[in-house]
Design a binder for this molecule. Structure first.
Ligand code: ADP
Length: 304
């Protein structure tokens, strides 16, 4: 299967002309808060429509092509809404900057069974056929991408646990190695060597959002949850559910409805922290020592 790359432009102006026709210009630019990696804007166009723009330095243009590919594969499952991808680009004027243009998600009041619907749609995404997204393997993705601003390797693997070791924990531990003493490094090696004792293979591979915390969904104009900012790959669905629990958790209605649609494999609560170790290590590597005690607590929990 071929995965289309979004159209690419060398300026916002040429993007707007190509997307919306001659004479459409930016009437107003409003900076949005909330993202930690990129600058985000609501652009109001001369016809009063709004589009969403993210920008970053030209060196980080890869963030946006990766994000567009992630949104595209989620959209291909026809299970849960994502903003339509308009284009990516690199402006060549001045110092230049990379940009991504998306459909603007207009917020509406959440529907009454918001969390149940979100859970059922996410479970449907996790059940959708995922084989096309990983040529030459069952777990991984057809290209590498990013987790926040960190590199995320997605080399196809036949099995989930080796994938999680080789492409998730090991690279993060390597980057973070200076935070650990010799005894701790030996414990980490032991943990990685014995991951089969703690994790299980899934019943089937699932397309994952990959970075599913509460900042990465918005309520759209249908009153339902729309996924944004994915770090998509094919893995074990419980890794997505674990991340929803990392920074505060979603509503209990969400978990009850997910369980109804796609029952968790027995023992999930004992595996949750190991999945989230990946995200905590990534935060340690990106943002520094504040995350070290959480990382060490999880290592100790598994290596007794
Ligand atoms: P980052 O890549 O820096 O993490 P985010 O994707 O989290 O950025 O987006 C930054 C801000 O823009 C957040 O406040 C988010 O709610 C908002 N946002 C993201 N995508 C859209 C969209 N398509 N329409 C409207 N607002 C959006």
């Amino acid at each position: 299967m071929a995965f289309p790359t979004p159209p690419h432009f060398s300026s916002i102006e040429s993007a707007l002309t190509s997307l919306f026709g001659d004479g459409v210009t930016i009437k107003q630019t409003d900076r949005l808060s909330g993202g930690d990696i990129n600058e985000a804007y609501a652009l109001t166009l001369s016809d009063n429509s709004r589009i969403f723009m993210k920008s970053n330095t030209k060196a980080n243009a890869g963030f946006f092509t990766a994000e567009a590919h992630g949104l595209n594969v989620i959209a291909q499952t026809n299970t849960i809404q994502t903003p339509r991808i308009l284009c990516s680009g690199c402006s060549e004027d001045g110092r230049g900057y990379a940009f991504l243009l998306l459909e603007f998600i207009d917020r509406k009041r959440p529907i009454s069974n918001y969390w149940e619907t979100f859970a059922h749609q996410l479970a449907a995404m996790h059940k959708a056929p995922a084989a096309d997204f990983v040529p030459q393997g069952k777990f991984g993705f057809y290209q590498n991408n990013y987790i926040g601003a960190g590199a995320q390797c997605n080399t196809p693997h036949e099995k989930w646990i080796p994938f999680f070791r080789d492409c998730r924990l090991e690279p993060q531990f390597e980057t973070a190695s200076s935070y650990f003493d010799t005894a701790e490094l030996a414990e980490i090696t032991r943990l990685l060597d014995n991951l089969e004792d703690y994790l299980v293979e899934p019943e089937h591979p699932s397309l994952l959002h990959g970075d599913l915390w509460s900042g990465n969904f918005l309520t759209g104009n249908d009153g339902k949850a729309w996924l944004i900012d994915p770090a998509a790959y094919v893995g074990h669905a419980e890794a997505d559910i674990a991340m929803t629990e990392l920074f505060g958790g979603f509503s209990p209605d969400f978990y009850a409805a997910y369980e109804e649609s796609a029952p968790m494999q027995p023992g999930y609560p004992q595996r949750r922290d190991l999945y989230n170790l990946y995200h905590l290590l990534n935060h340690l590597n990106l943002f520094g020592g504040a995350y070290l005690s959480s990382v060490k607590r999880i290592i100790k929990k598994y290596i007794r």
